[in-house]
Each structure stands twice: as C-alpha cells, then as structure tokens.
Design a protein around this ligand. Structure first.
Ligand code: SAM
Length: 228
C-alpha cells in the first residue's frame, strides 16, 4: 500500500513537472525560469497585471529593485523581450543577503529568510546562472540608497529591495523621478506581514495623490501599481 502511494505521488509530481512549463508557455509565450529556489513575490501575478494594463506600452526601460536569485528578473526580461523588444530590464541588488535586518510581524528577519532560501549557496552565482540567456538585462550591484539610474525614462519598476520604511521611500523616489506619464510602479509586500512597508506606501500614495491616477493590488502576495 505504501509502495502504491509513493509510486502514485511520483507519477503526479512527474505530470506536474511536465504540465507546469506547458501551461506557463501557453499563457506567457516563453518557458518559466529555472525552478530552484523560485521567485519570492509571485511574478506571474505581476506579468498578468502588466499584460492586462498594457504597462509595456509607455516609453522607457524597466527597473527591478531587489532581484534575489533572478527568478523574477528572468520573467520580466523574457516578458519585455517578447512584448516590447528594445526595452532594457535594469536589475538592482546589493547581493548581500545579510543587509536587510527588517523583521516581519512574526519576528523573522529578512536576512534570515534569505539565508534559509540560499542554504549556503551564493546569491549572485545563482542569479547569474538564472539570467544567463537574458540579453536585455543590465545588472547594477549596489545599495539602492540615493542611487541614480543610467537611464532617463522608465515605464515600469518592480520594487522589492530593503524593507525598512526608509528604503521603501528611497526606492519610490529614485524610480518616481524617471517614471514617464502613464508609467507604473509596483511594490511587493503591500498589506502583508511587513506593516512598515504598507504604511510607507500609503504615505507615498497620499503625498503624490495629485499625480497618481490609478492604484490597485494584484494577486495574493504582491502589491500596488501606480500610474504617474
Ligand atoms: C525579497 S528579495 C527580492 C525577491 C525578488 N523580488 C523575488 O521575488 O524573487 C529582496 C532583495 O533585495 C536586496 N536588497 C536588500 N537591501 C538592498 C539595498 N539596500 N539595495 C539593493 N538591494 C537590496 C536583497 O539582496 C534581496 O535580494
């Protein structure tokens, strides 16, 4: 009986392994990123929102702050390559998993969550492997605090870097100033287990309310698009 059950589990998992890439391909038109350790945000919801709202149409490049192992970078890169060739995806990460000591409501520090996911592996090495065939990605290995981008216009930014309110504000401001009219900023972790992130995003929406024409949440994990 036990043998039967584990054989069935094996068959089911085999079917899932084949079905998932086929389903993903049929929706997005490219293969999913290498599986381990998976993106943290749920970029499929992000891609669906980008498609639905045609966020790839305005002028300018794409920014991601907080790339971790590149699983989301890969998906953004392939998506924009297909739907808006010519746009660059600029991925910013400090590549120092210990840097963010913000704790969630359960007292778990981001640094510890990243160390657990990496299990001794080197973040940048995995990232480089995952994005190796993404010709439209340009990587900036840097602390995002006060940084300048090498481009003047972006149509979309996905923000999931350091989770302290100071960085949420910083990452908003450094992308907002180069966001074109009709462009979007998206934040991960809105309304979840990092109340400081949610509060700071709410403050930013309030402060820029006159220039924002649409606010929305998508999926169960990732948050908020803004149109400036
Ligand atoms: C939650 S992870 C990003 C996850 C990614 N969006 C995903 O879903 O796979 C946050 C990332 O932000 C990076 N980070 C932390 N502090 C940073 C800073 N000051 N500047 C740039 N990146 C930072 C970390 O190295 C980590 O890779």
């Amino acid at each position: 009986m036990r043998f039967m059950r584990s054989a069935m589990d094996g068959i089911r998992s085999g079917i899932r392994k084949i079905a998932y890439p086929v389903r993903y391909w049929s929706v997005y038109g490219f293969r999913p990123s290498p599986v381990f350790p998976g993106d943290l945000s749920g970029y499929r919801d992000v891609l669906s929102a980008i498609s639905r709202e045609k966020m790839y149409l305005p002028a300018g490049d794409v920014v991601e702050i907080g790339a971790f192992t590149g699983q989301g970078t890969y998906q953004l890169a392939k998506y924009f390559e297909k739907n808006a060739p010519g746009k660059k995806v600029i991925a910013v990460d400090i590549f120092m998993p210990s840097a963010d000591t913000t704790a969630n409501v359960n007292g778990r520090r981001m640094a510890d969550i990243y160390a657990g996911k990496l299990a001794g592996r080197e973040q940048r090495a995995i990232f480089d492997r995952v994005i190796r065939d993404c010709a439209n990605v340009s990587v900036i290995e840097k602390d995002s605090l006060g940084m300048d981008f090498p481009v003047d216009e972006i149509c979309f930014a996905y923000i999931d870097g350091n989770h302290s309110p100071r960085y949420v504000r910083n990452d908003f401001l450094i992308t907002w100033r180069i966001l074109v009219p009709g462009g979007w900023l998206a934040f991960d972790d809105y309304g979840r287990d990092l109340p400081g992130v949610t509060l700071e995003i709410n403050r930013l929406i309030g402060e820029h309310a006159g220039q924002i024409t649409k606010v929305m949440t998508v999926g169960t994990k990732t948050g908020n698009g803004y149109r400036g």
